[in-house]
Design a binder for this molecule. Structure first.
Ligand code: GUN
Length: 285
């Protein structure tokens, strides 16, 4: 039997509808959540991502500022802009699009963003708060993964979740969030020796290893929830996930496609974070 497909696009639209309604109410009360996005240089993929973030702001009623800076912008000038945005009252979320040009120290820039406005959830204060289970702004893609699993209706508590990938932006935070939801979590990565033995024990399998079609049906326990965070551009120009969707969907439980699974959730979670940050800064949360 073919598994139910987790429709990330639809779920994302449902969440955006709720966000739009909440923002509309706030705007009526005279308060508009604001997001500033900073793009340095002309990386084509980054330009598309930034445009989509700007579009989401407009569609959902947020105030939006996009700062497009030349590729030779100095680190000092970028830090000065971040500092200005940190102090700007109509801005509640700041996102500096990565990657930055090589002459700029990404860590110095992330560290300079006020943790209260760090809607990427990349600042060490937010990473640390996630680690100890305190309130923080959660990184967008991991938050989207958890939301998708919850919306399958499958209970996370008590389940065995296996995460393939240990990056700072996906694998590590997803593992912490699953643990917070009371799953038992195993982390696998490129150096794991007996990966299939482990993944076949998973009730929930999250794949973020960055290799096209890496996980086939032989990695998956029948009925398991499978979340594919991979976005790999193939030689033929097509987008492929880390999971071989066609074979895995024949034995898995609910499964995300690529595209149309995790991808659409990332900007939606960014918008959710911006609203959370805005309400906290305004004393409304
Ligand atoms: N570049 C690619 N993905 C992201 C993201 O989630 N946040 C930022 N700041 N840059 C990115």
């Amino acid at each position: 039997m073919t598994a139910p497909i987790i429709n990330g696009k639809q779920i994302s639209e449902d969440i955006r509808k709720d966000l739009r309604a909440e923002v509309e109410q706030l705007v009526k009360q005279g308060f508009t959540p604001g997001l500033a996005v900073v793009l340095v240089g002309e990386d084509p993929a980054s330009q598309v991502y930034v445009r989509n973030k700007e579009k989401a702001c407009h569609e959902l009623g947020y105030y939006s500022e996009v700062h497009r800076l030349p590729a030779d912008t100095s680190q000092a000038d970028l830090l000065a802009l971040v500092d200005k945005l940190n102090h700007q009252a109509n801005i509640h979320g700041i996102l500096v699009q990565l990657p930055l040009p090589k002459h700029i120290d990404e860590k110095a820039v992330i560290d300079a963003i006020s943790p209260e406005k760090d809607v990427d959830g990349f600042h060490p204060i937010n990473v640390g708060n996630l680690m100890i289970g305190d309130d923080s702004l959660l990184p967008c893609t991991p938050a989207g993964v958890i939301e998708l699993i919850k919306r399958t209706g499958v209970e996370i508590a008590g389940k065995h979740a296996v995460v393939i990938g240990r990056s700072n932006i996906v694998g590590k935070p997803v593992s912490l969030l699953l643990q917070r939801e009371n799953a038992t979590v195993t982390m696998c990565h490129s150096r794991t020796a007996n990966m299939k033995e482990l993944t076949r024990l998973a009730d929930i399998l999250v794949v973020a290893i960055g290799r096209a079609n890496f996980v086939d049906a032989s990695y998956v326990k029948p009925g398991a929830v499978v979340i594919d965070v991979g976005m790999n551009r193939l030689d033929n120009g097509k987008l492929a996930g880390d999971v071989d969707f066609e074979s895995v969907k024949e034995i898995s439980g609910p499964i995300t496609p690529v595209p149309g699974g995790v991808g659409p959730m990332t900007i939606t979670m960014l918008m959710q974070n911006t609203l959370i940050a805005a309400k906290r800064l305004q004393g409304l949360a």
